[in-house]
Design a protein around this ligand. Structure first.
Ligand code: PGA
Ligand code: ZN
Length: 381
């Protein structure tokens, strides 16, 4: 087996505390401690000898061997980054071996839905050095167009937003996911700007808005600290705040509106807004079937964000998607704030028929790689 020499890996700036463990070297002299030589060594010396000889089509068996080999709850011994790297490579090799595209391998004949982008065009929270608290402001097309048309419309709105920001003397530098990161009067102004950009682009009736609050980052002593503007809200006040925003703006989805540790609050939030909009659990579920089960039992959220590196194998990722669907939860496949040009999640989203995909702004190659892959898949179909 060829040896892996090294790899620039990806991770998120707002990582949930129940995510699988990403193994970093901690050697401050290399990449400020973020090096992955140990993870690479684990692939070559620990995983490879155990899986060599297993048929590459046996994804579940290979993933199980790695899970057992690691033996910890959160894959902290071998590293979820090492395990996921192998898990993804195995599925890609299997698709190659069968001479079919990855999405077809992952989904079989039923994997045929091109997801709608939830495109993040204005960044705040931990993803930007500005004064906006909410992490992601996304635009979502509601038309039945082909993906290439949806991406074009999103892109037009993005560039019109840049013009609007410029004409208001706001900065047009970007945050971690390529969305603009201006200093604004308050978070609601971001929503006003999105609405203006949608309207001036001529898509008033064709677009809605989605938010990712990333509220786990705000949660302190049972309250929500909007640390950039120094105001604090209780769980009930958060729910009231969202109810008002949903009334005033065309919002169809709120992700991580409450903390990963505020399950009681999630139940209340879902009771209040769950029949009107998507309530998406990201840090809340961490692509983990057990956490999702707990959420379903508590009637918390109605949708799940899927990030393979939150859980660490493709088998477990697919399990989480299937389980969510069985229980009527919407599925949104997602990138991370730290990303590479790898477009695996585009194939995953199509193969598993996700309703939406989050892949960031329509700029910078680590974001556009996913959109371009979706366009290629659509052409292939
Ligand atoms: P992260 O952000 O990759 O920094 O976790 C993405 C998200 O919260 O959806
Ligand atoms: Zn999120």
């Amino acid at each position: 087996m060829a040896k892996l020499e090294g790899q620039l890996s990806h991770h998120g700036a707002s990582t949930g505390k129940y995510e699988a463990h990403e193994l970093r070297d901690g050697d401050k002299k290399r990449y400020g401690g973020k090096g992955v030589l140990n993870a690479v060594r684990n692939i070559n010396d620990v995983i490879a000898p155990e899986i060599e000889g297993i048929n590459v089509l046996n994804q579940t068996e290979i993933d199980e061997v790695m899970i057992e080999l690691d033996g910890t709850e959160n894959k902290s011994k071998i590293g979820a980054n090492a395990i996921l790297g192998v898990s993804m490579a195995v599925s890609k090799a299997a698709a190659c071996n069968l001479e079919i595209p990855l999405f077809e391998y992952l989904g079989g004949i039923s994997g045929r839905n091109i997801p709608t982008p939830m495109m993040n065009i204005l960044n705040g929270g931990k993803h930007a050095d500005n004064n906006v608290n909410i992490q992601e402001f996304m635009i979502v097309p509601s038309t039945n167009d082909f993906i290439k048309e949806k991406i074009r419309m999103c892109s037009e709105i993005y560039w019109n937003l840049k013009q609007i920001l410029k004409s208001n003397n706001y900065a047009t530098s970007v945050g971690d996911e390529g969305g603009f990161a201006p200093n604004l009067k308050n978070d609601e102004e971001a929503l006003d700007l999105l609405v203006e950009a949608i309207n001036t682009s001529g898509y008033k009736d064709d677009f809605s808005i989605a938010l990712d609050v990333a509220a786990s980052e705000m949660y302190q002593d049972g309250e929500y600290n909007f640390w950039k503007t120094k105001n604090v809200r209780t769980t009930d006040e958060m729910i009231e705040y969202y109810a008002k925003l949903v009334q005033k703006y065309p919002i169809i989805s709120i992700e991580d509106g409450l903390s990963e540790d505020d399950m009681e609050g999630w139940t209340k939030l879902t009771k209040t807004l769950g029949d009107k909009i998507q309530l998406v659990g990201d840090d809340l579920f961490t692509t983990n079937v057990n956490r999702l089960m707990e959420g379903i039992n508590n009637k918390a959220a109605n949708s799940i964000l899927i990030k393979p590196n939150q859980i660490g194998t493709i088998t477990e990722t697919i399990d989480a998607i299937r389980y969510a669907k069985c229980h009527g939860y919407n599925v949104i496949v997602s990138h991370r704030s730290g990303e590479t040009e790898d477009s695996y999640i585009a194939d995953l989203s199509v193969g598993l028929n996700a309703k939406y995909i989050k892949a960031g702004a329509p700029t910078r190659s680590e974001r556009t790689a996913k959109y371009n892959r979706l366009i290629r898949i659509e052409e292939y179909m």
